[in-house]
Write a protein that binds this ligand. Structure first.
Ligand code: ATP
Ligand code: MG
Length: 551
């Protein structure tokens, strides 16, 4: 998609306008995850937006770890986030950590204290909550609110020196306990936590809150557009208040957009963490997880995820996107990208009675429209396997596959004519007998014969056996995010494992390739694969199977 083709949205339009008006010359954005879990599809929206806009307008985008809650954060998450952003196709200008600004933030906190704009409050957490008031009632001033700047500075230094227990006091901004916006009712700026930090180690026992750290970090990095989700809209007055009170190098502007909500999907790191820690999934990269790592393992391409993010657009209107929109984008991308090959998931024997020779090695392209992907050898012979659903003794109307008395094309091979069928004692098809028509070889067919159906198949003697993992929605409900008991909404059929017969070319490790099993769906080799023991994950079916099931 070129820039000109991209659907526009209010943030893109605003930046284009600011540049046109000469208000800005360069844009600087940032993607600021907290390293307390793996990134998910919601983050992909924010990544595509922040990195995408910077790239589009020739600006810069930083990856910033918003690491102000050390007890929940870890190096594992930092590494995973770094990997996932790059895998999605983006490169940061700088990699930053809020922790690297702790000293500067501390200086700015002192600045507020000296100006009389912050105070150390020793009320208990319960008292503070009780005195905060409600949306309809003003709060009550803390008895510690009128301490002198000198007193506050001395106490704050003691906080930093580790002289207080966790929770003994906090540093608060002195704004107003009766502000209609609750975020302005003397919000906490620093709290005491005697825990080591994954990056800063044991240097600190006081940590800034999100509100104190975020805008100031934006200012340090020279961010021009601080893009965040709508739940921060009510924090914007505080963001601006802090920037105005402090001698910051620049005053970034915050713009909010609605977060991605996806049908049948949980997009909260906390809840995803519960799924992992309670063992409902195999890990953060379980292919059923909406994490970037899970989607990668499942076989979604970065370009497919980017296409999805473009298609959903950016607005301020909260809404829930249907899963079909995501799957449609993945399918549309993989269609042009995937190696196409043959695998039979529910095989039935077919004997080509007039084939007397050894196996014929067909040389066929991996993708009919992408010669650069090359070709592979596809053996054909007397004994082939087709999918059980491609033969019907008593076909319904419109069934264009193999039927008694009918003919069908074996893809890349020949047209075969039905001859006979063996049934077992239960009337189930055991072996189908066909004759091939030697004049109809694909690519060399001069026969003029036309058949309605083309089916996939593999050659029985050379086919290998692989494991396929077929995924379905992880939850049975469309709004799992609203259910506190996630375990109760899990879909017991979210993973089905079975074997399949694959053409020999599929028994080779190609970890980076995407595959389309002809007429079955898109697949990716799982990292559990070894040659001879391949494991294929189904990324997405060829069409929306769920919609069909539920009607
Ligand atoms: P979570 O609840 O999953 O932890 P979060 O918003 O707390 O989500 P952060 O790591 O703080 O996660 O988010 C990093 C950036 O990604 C933020 O700018 C945030 O607004 C954005 N983001 C997170 N979830 C979504 C989402 N569902 N849609 C769009 N942007 C999102
Ligand atoms: Mg967060």
């Amino acid at each position: 998609m070129t820039v000109a083709d991209k659907p526009t949205h209010f943030i893109r339009a605003k930046i284009a306008d600011q540049i046109k008006q000469g208000q800005i010359t360069e844009i600087v954005t940032r993607f600021p995850p907290e390293p307390n879990g793996y990134l998910h599809i919601g983050h992909a929206k924010s990544i595509c937006l922040n990195f995408g806009l910077a790239a589009e307008f020739g600006g810069r985008c930083n990856l910033r770890f918003d690491d102000t809650n050390p007890e929940k954060e870890s190096q594992e998450y930092i590494d995973a986030i770094t990997t996932d952003v790059q895998w999605l196709g983006f490169q940061w200008d700088q990699i930053c950590h809020t922790a690297d600004y702790f000293e500067q933030l501390f200086e700015w906190a002192l600045c507020l204290i000296r100006q009389g704009d912050a105070y150390v409050d020793e009320q208990s957490a319960d008292m503070m909550r009780a005195n905060r008031g409600t949306l309809t009632e003003p709060g009550v001033d803390s008895p510690y609110r009128d301490r002198t700047p000198e007193e506050n500075e001395a106490l704050f230094l003691k906080m930093r020196a580790g002289e207080f227990e966790d929770g003994a006091c906090v540093l608060r901004a002195k704004i107003s306990m009766s502000a209609p916006n609750m975020n302005l009712r003397d919000p906490a700026l620093y709290r005491i936590k005697h825990v080591s930090h994954p990056r800063a180690g044991d240097q600190w026992c006081i940590y800034p809150t999100y509100d104190f750290a975020h805008g100031q970090s934006d200012a340090i990095e020279g961010i021009t557009h601080s893009l965040c989700t709508l739940e921060f809209e009510d924090h914007r007055p505080l963001y601006e208040w802090l920037l105005k009170k402090l001698p910051v190098p620049c005053r970034p502007k915050q713009t909010e957009f609605s977060r991605l909500e996806l049908e049948a999907t949980v997009t909260s790191k906390r809840k995803l963490n519960t799924l992992v820690s309670e063992g409902h999934v195999e890990g953060w990269d379980d292919p059923r997880m909406p994490t970037i790592a899970g989607m990668r393992r499942r076989g979604y391409s970065p370009e497919g995820i980017q296409l999805f993010c473009e298609r959903i657009g950016v607005t301020r209107k909260p809404n829930t996107i249907e899963l079909q929109t995501l799957e449609g984008a993945i399918r549309d991308d993989l269609e042009g990208r995937a190696h196409k090959a043959m695998a039979v998931l529910d095989p039935v024997d077919v004997i080509v009675t007039n084939w007397e020779d050894d196996a014929l090695e067909l040389d066929v392209p991996w993708h009919p429209k992408r010669p650069e992907l090359g070709t592979r050898v596809l053996p054909f012979g007397r004994h082939v396997l087709i999918d059980r659903s491609d033969f019907e003794l008593d076909p319904p109307d419109g069934f264009h596959r193999l039927v008694p008395g009918g003919a069908v094309r074996l893809k890349y091979g020949f047209i075969v004519d039905f001859e006979d069928v063996d049934l077992d004692a239960d009337g189930r098809v055991q072996t189908i007998y066909v004759r091939y028509d030697p004049t109809t070889r694909s690519g060399q067919d001069q026969s003029g014969r036309k058949v309605k159906g083309t089916i996939h198949w593999v050659h029985a003697e050379t086919a290998k056996t692989a494991t396929v993992r077929l995924y379905d929605r992880l939850f049975t409900v469309s709004d799992p995010g609203r259910h506190e008991d996630l375990a109760a909404c899990l879909n017991p059929e979210s993973l089905k494992t079975q074997s399949a017969r694959i053409e020999p070319a599929l028994d080779v490790l190609m970890p980076d390739a995407y595959f389309q099993f002809e007429r079955v769906g898109f697949f990716k080799q799982d990292p559990d694969s070894t040659e001879g023991q391949m494991v294929y994950n189904r990324a997405v079916g060829l069409r929306d199977t769920w919609a069909k099931k539920s009607t």
